[in-house]
Design a protein around this ligand. Structure first.
Ligand SMILES: *Cc1c(COP(=O)(O)O)cnc(C)c1O
Length: 432
């Protein structure tokens, strides 16, 4: 499989190069040249075979030419190492729980797949690969955990001192080994600026192979379609599901649409957004106008210019009527998010996190207009990641899952650094 740049200014590359580069040299996002079409018998078989076998059939065409079968098998076994249950919440609404991974977030799946791919490619010939990321919290934990102990890969994570939650702060540096957490005595913008300077520093990048591991990387984007198929294998409805996806950068929902394009039965997709409503407005015909992101309770979705939306347009060949038929989008306020967490707990005994609550309410509103339909929403984070708001609204304390108990006991092992770029450069030069 080859991947072309959506800006059409760089040549097509294979999966390996797309993964190592992240973004095309012309700054475009990579997109697969063909979208495989699944046979009805494959979709039937998905209900019987183990998840890794299904995943192998889905991913093999995407990595073809870059990875032998046995490596892909190993990568997928290590990626899908935790349960992804579809849990019924009401008569019409189920929750696809994507938070049973090591950092309690759906990003674990993409991060684990990508980290194993990069580890394999680094081991081949490139030498050491240094993954450099700035994080305000959520992504960093999943990336750090995904790359932990992967040979040939060093991870350097910059995060603002005192600005991330306790669980996150412990998750980031607790690992050690090939994970280096730099606690920056500044804010998130300082972290991002330092990372950008490093990528732009040619004297550095000639000596150290830097890559970004961010969410536009095809190796993070493509494996996200797997859990839509796992949900289908658990779906008991007589008609295909309506699927509501809490969306920020739109990578997750774009992976769902990709699976649908390959043949996955889906009635309709809903992109559930908070008040950052660039896409809801676009789908209502108001044009595409990026905005500065507003801070909300569902902060992993505070995005004012979703980077993956362009991939969705590409999937539909720019055919906006066809897009609007398959995809609608709803904007949910913090006030309604809170009410939803409270009501769903009181009436159904199910604890939502703020992102899942946005997905739930958008789905519920859609189903009110389509009473014969049923659906599920993606629960993208464990409520424990947002204990302040969730415990206040449900008036219950959230039990701590086993994988986090260990983290909370761990020592914080960060390397404290200032906001000047030279200290980051000197740190990175050790990976020459
Ligand atoms: C990243 C994230 C999202 C948004 O996913 P996108 O692929 O960026 O749309 C939603 N919920 C949680 C908890 C996240 O961490």
């Amino acid at each position: 499989m080859k991947y072309y740049s959506l800006k059409h200014g760089s040549p097509p590359v294979d999966f390996r190069t797309a993964t190592l580069l992240g973004q095309a040299p012309d700054r475009g996002l990579y997109f697969p040249e063909q979208v495989p079409v699944w046979s009805p018998s494959f979709l039937e078989r998905c209900r019987q075979v183990p998840a890794t076998e299904m995943a192998f059939e889905v991913m093999a065409p995407y990595v073809a030419g870059s990875m032998p079968d046995e490596v892909l098998h190993r990568v997928l076994t290590e990626t899908l190492s935790f349960p992804i249950p579809l849990v019924r919440v009401t008569e019409n609404i189920s929750s696809l729980e994507l938070f049973h991974g090591p950092t309690l977030a759906f990003k674990d799946i993409g991060a684990r797949f990508m980290s194993r791919c990069l580890g394999y490619f680094a081991g081949q010939e490139t030498g050491k690969v240094v993954v450099l990321v700035a994080t305000s919290g959520d992504t960093g934990g999943a990336v750090a955990n995904g790359f932990y102990n992967v040979p040939g890969v060093e991870v350097v994570i910059l995060y603002p001192s005192g600005k991330v939650s306790l669980v996150q702060e412990k998750q980031l540096p607790a690992l050690g080994g090939n994970i280096h957490a730099l606690e920056v005595m500044g804010n998130f913008d300082d972290c991002q600026r330092m990372v950008k300077e490093a990528f732009a520093d040619q004297a550095l990048t000639e000596q150290v192979f830097l890559t970004s591991a961010n969410s536009i990387n095809v190796a993070r984007w493509l494996p996200q379609q797997l859990y839509y198929i796992l949900a289908w294998a658990q779906w008991k409805g007589t008609t295909p599901p309506v699927i509501s996806v809490p969306s920020g950068n739109f990578g997750n929902i774009c992976a769902g649409l990709l699976a649908w394009k390959s043949g996955l039965p889906v009635s309709h997709f809903i992109a559930a957004c908070n008040v950052n409503d660039v896409v809801p407005r676009f789908l209502q015909g108001e044009g595409y106008h990026p905005k500065r992101a507003l801070a909300t309770l569902s902060n992993a979705m505070d995005v004012g210019d979703p980077s993956n939306f362009i991939r969705i347009l590409e999937l539909f060949d720019g055919n906006e009527p066809a897009l609007r038929q398959m995809l609608s989008s709803e904007s949910i306020t913090d006030e309604d998010t809170e009410k939803t967490i409270e009501t769903v707990y009181n009436e159904h005994g199910y604890t939502l996190d703020p992102h899942g609550a946005v997905g739930y309410l958008a789905l519920q509103r859609y189903l009110q207009g389509h009473p014969a339909a049923k659906g599920y929403f993606l629960e993208t984070a464990h409520p424990l990641k947002f204990p302040e708001s969730v415990e206040r609204l449900t008036k219950q304390s959230i039990p701590v899952p086993a994988q986090v108990v260990q983290v909370l006991k761990g020592e914080k092992k960060s390397i404290i650094t200032g906001t000047d770029y030279t200290s980051l450069r000197d740190f990175l030069l050790r990976f020459r």
